[in-house]
Design a protein around this ligand. Structure first.
Ligand SMILES: NC(=O)c1ccc[n+]([C@@H]2O[C@H](COP(=O)([O-])OP(=O)(O)OC[C@H]3O[C@@H](n4cnc5c(N)ncnc54)[C@H](O)[C@@H]3O)[C@@H](O)[C@H]2O)c1
Length: 388
């Protein structure tokens, strides 16, 4: 049976960050019956439109004021990456459940300490929002591979490509070095791909060989804030900024069980708006999925016709059927993945089942930081780098 859409009673939530993705969290929470009681932005003024869109909820002046609000039991962290560590640390210390946007932080020694802190508080949910796992057909791929439908997995490959930073006049906080591995395309979208590829295939990336490049050595930074996916903002005055984070990259992979693979990321690939492509080859067959056509799965065979499987709850494995709420032919997409991930977390909170979570954990988030650091070292030193 599919999980219920609406939780009752649900813990009350607050959201940090009201840019592109904070409102996506708020919308998904409304759909499952969770009340958002307050928001925190870079300033009260910038948070105002977001708070108003939620019915004039509280605008916190700072994190301390949020921490002092006893009505807040769970916090969604949707602020820029370099703020995650400090904010998540304080939230967990204060006894709040946390759902943090990816990446969990920008330095692995910090995310390691968050993993430790979370494990010392087993009564709290500590999730990272790798939402792409919650597309029903990604769950279906995982279930079929675990069942052995592909035989032994021998190849895991794909890409994540976007074009919103193609022009040298495109700018966003992501372009600035983050003070950690200082990766951008890999940290921002490559971590989504690596999380999904490992989770679906059931295989860990054990070693990487990376080649990264900067297409625009200088970009024009608009005076004042620029929104994610916001374009260059017309005729606003700009200043030149030297770029040190990669626009694109290719990474060769060695995975568990002897499997091999590769992926590429680009934020400057014309026409690819936001496309994650994952294909997994096995000794008995293969499967491929495209995030821009998320309700279709390609299944390949050597000795019989290939298949195109359309999402239909009646034909899905149990895990995938539980994460789909619409009949076949009624498209489910990006916003639904947030709803499904949040339902998973909030139901486990309600049932006090926070051990061995099915949702992406802080340990998963930390693993992505280790991968980023390995990729940065590999590129710098032009060699294979293993993960311990
Ligand atoms: N899971 C996904 O699909 C997905 C998609 C986009 C972004 N993200 C992640 O979400 C996070 C935010 O990205 P975005 O695209 O929404 O960025 P954005 O720039 O559009 O929004 C960031 C928001 O954070 C606010 N902010 C800045 N300083 C703050 C502070 N000290 N406390 C609280 N809020 C503060 C800003 O005012 C702004 O509203 C990033 O970590 C990003 O990686 C995830």
């Amino acid at each position: 049976m599919p999980a219920p859409h609406v939780l009752s009673p649900a813990p009350k939530a607050a959201i940090l960050g009201g840019g592109f993705i904070g409102p996506v969290h708020a919308e998904a929470l409304r759909r499952i019956g969770v009340e958002v009681v307050g928001v925190l932005g870079s300033s009260p003024d910038r948070a105002k439109p977001f708070a108003q869109s939620l019915g004039n909820v509280t605008i916190y002046q700072d994190l301390d004021q949020l921490l002092g609000d006893p009505s807040v039991q769970i916090v969604h962290v949707a602020s820029p990456n370099s703020l995650h560590f400090e904010q998540v640390h304080q939230l967990l210390e204060s006894g709040r459940h946390v759902i943090c946007e990816k990446p969990l932080g920008v330095r692995s020694f910090e995310t390691a300490s968050l993993v430790q802190l979370a494990s010392s508080k087993p009564e709290l949910a500590a999730a990272v929002n790798y939402n792409i796992r919650y597309y029903p057909l990604c769950m279906e791929m995982k279930a079929r591979i675990a069942k052995g439908d592909l035989g032994r997995v021998i190849n895991v490959s794909g890409s994540y490509t976007q074009d919103w930073l193609l022009s040298p006049r495109d700018f966003n906080w992501r372009i600035e070095p983050d003070g950690g591995s200082n990766l951008r395309a890999i940290a921002d979208i490559g971590t989504h791909w690596m999380d999904l590829a490992q989770w679906v295939s059931g295989l860990r990336i054990e070693a990487v060989f990376a080649d990264l490049s900067i297409v625009h050595q200088t970009r024009r930074c608009p005076a004042g804030p620029s929104e994610t996916f916001g374009g260059w903002g017309g005729e606003r005055p700009t200043v030149p900024v030297k770029v040190s984070t990669e626009d694109q990259g290719s990474v060769l992979l060695r995975l568990g069980g002897g499997a091999r693979g590769a992926f590429q990321v680009s934020q400057v690939f014309a026409g690819r708006k936001n496309r994650l492509w994952l294909e997994i080859g096995g000794t008995e067959g293969s499967m491929a999925w495209d995030s821009q056509e998320p309700n279709q799965l390609w299944i390949g065979y050597r000795d019989r016709p290939n298949e195109r499987f359309e999402r239909d709850p009646a034909l899905l494995s149990t895990a995938a059927a539980n994460a789909t709420h619409y009949p076949g032919g009624h498209a489910e997409g990006f916003p639904d993945t947030f709803k499904q991930l949040f339902l998973d977390v909030y139901q486990r909170i309600a049932n006090q089942q926070l051990q061995n979570p099915t949702y992406p954990s802080f340990a998963d988030g930390h693993r992505e930081l280790l991968l980023c650091e390995a990729i940065a070292s590999s590129h710098r030193e032009e060699r294979w780098v293993s993960l311990s």
